[in-house]
Write a protein that binds this ligand. Structure first.
Ligand code: GDP
Ligand code: MG
Length: 437
């Protein structure tokens, strides 16, 4: 174990309040992760600063290391940056609800108009799609194709004035009992006045309850600029981030809310109509954090005991003094990893690693309960635990006598393993012993 690592672990072990250096160290990794996730430099800088201010001096939860505590705070702040609650579509108090899709050309408006229609249909609505992109000849046809896949009616009038189409579609929806009208509009390659004017006019005529801006996640920070421009010119109510399935970091998602004040409500995860979900700020936060090396500190803490702990344990092993109390200590250590597991499991990339170190938290809890139900004497000398004591322990811990038996057997095996390597007091054996638990 290198000197440097040792120092890190010493720091990780200490409890109390978060010090500036705890926070600084963890924030260095966070900063990298954010930049790698394509979050804009300024946002990163402001974020790191505000989180550092919040974190220094904060109490470290007993179940967390300082580094974990910092990550926990970072995670919470990321989530709140993106909007804490899962935002829903604004529904009209008096149907039909009008949803206007807007965005640049190719951002995914037509695809997502159909995805949204399909989702709403599944929820029991009767949506109607309106084809208001009349500039590209294939656009109407495209909407009909995807509308057909979603089994949703498409209202179209060919190459007529889009404002007129939108208006007519609205009265059609009213006449034919569609409680939701989704208007697919045209886009341009760049933001231009003609496009904005058209959208403003459609807005005036249909009074949408939801103006959903579709932004392409692959465009990174540009997506944020686009959102700002549309919000300034047309006024949006929500953002749909498309193409998050492509090799993209999604860092733009972080700034959308703070720049426009409008939440991301949905994300597109592919070309198929079902590749669509509500936006979950927590998941995005995990995804962004998973980008960098933020979690390596935690992983290291998981794999290695501090030197001091190791020495203490080895001594006990040697003297054959390892008892149930020591086992309980070990359990607690492993349980700390359990809470770490819940942090880790949110991240896509670390799924496999977690499987390896899979921890049955319920099982650990039961073992802990059983040991705490033992008397001091029983803990240091488990051999005295006879059937009536077993029954008492099982009752006291809410487990069964079989569970107590299993624990005692495991403990017995463990002591045998310990005897095998007494003398070879290296860490490898220690780890092996723990594995056999
Ligand atoms: P529009 O011009 O804004 O109407 O955009 P389209 O809906 O026509 O989408 C443009 C292209 O992006 C099409 O080829 C879509 O299949 C594709 N696309 C749309 N949404 C997604 C998505 O979430 N993921 C992926 N991978 N492709 C998408
Ligand atoms: Mg389109």
């Amino acid at each position: 174990l290198s000197e440097k690592l040792n120092n890190v672990f010493k720091k990780l072990k200490s409890r109390g309040k978060l010090t500036e250096s705890d926070v600084k160290e963890a924030m260095r990794e966070v900063r990298l992760a954010l930049l790698e996730a394509d979050v804009s430099y300024k946002v990163v800088k402001d974020f790191v600063k505000s989180v550092t201010e919040r974190a220094v001096g904060e109490e470290v939860l007993a179940s967390l290391t300082p580094a974990q505590q910092v990550i926990k705070i970072v995670n919470e702040e990321l989530v709140s940056l993106m909007g804490n609650s899962n935002a829903r579509i604004n529904m009209a108090s008096k149907p039909p609800t009008v949803i206007m899709m807007c965005g640049l050309q190719g951002s995914g408006k037509t695809t997502h108009a159909a995805k949204l229609a399909k989702l709403l249909k599944k929820e029991g609505h009767r949506p109607l799609l309106a084809a208001c992109d009349i500039y590209r000849p294939a656009a109407i046809n495209q909407l009909q194709v995807v509308g057909g896949k979603a089994d949703v009616k498409v209202f179209e009038m060919g190459q007529t004035d889009p404002v007129v189409i939108a208006k007519k579609a609205l009265s059609y929806a009213k006449d034919y009992g569609h409680d939701i009208l989704i208007i697919d509009t045209a886009g341009r390659l760049h933001i231009d006045e003609a496009l904005m004017d058209e959208l403003v006019n459609i807005k005036k005529e249909t009074q949408p309850d939801e103006i959903m801006l579709v932004v392409d996640a692959m465009t990174g920070q540009d997506a944020v600029n686009v959102a700002k421009a549309f919000d300034d010119a047309v006024g949006i109510t929500g953002v749909l981030m498309s193409k998050l399935d492509s090799d993209t970091r999604g860092g733009a998602a972080l700034s959308v809310l703070s720049v426009t004040g409008k939440p991301i409500k949905f994300v597109g995860m592919g070309e198929k109509l079902d590749d669509f979900e509500q936006f979950h700020p927590e998941r995005m936060a995990s995804r962004i954090l998973g980008m960098g090396d933020v979690l390596t500190l935690i992983e290291k803490a998981e794999n290695v005991m501090t030197q001091k702990d190791a020495e203490k344990l080895t001594k006990k092993f040697k003297e054959n003094k390892f008892d149930m109390d020591d086992l309980l200590d070990q359990m607690k250590q492993i349980k700390r990893m359990g809470s770490m597991k819940s942090i880790l499991s949110m991240l896509p990339g670390v799924g496999d690693k977690i499987k390896e170190a899979d921890i049955d938290e319920g099982q650990l809890g039961r073992i802990e309960a059983m040991i705490t139900s033992m008397t001091k004497e029983e803990r240091s000398k488990p051999s005295i635990i006879n059937p009536s004591r077993k029954k008492r322990i099982a009752n006291g811990s809410g487990t069964k006598v079989e569970d107590v038996n299993r624990l005692l057997k495991q403990f017995d095996q463990m002591q045998k393993v310990m005897k095998q390597f007494t003398g070879k007091n290296n860490k490898m054996s220690l780890r092996k012993a723990r594995k056999q638990l």
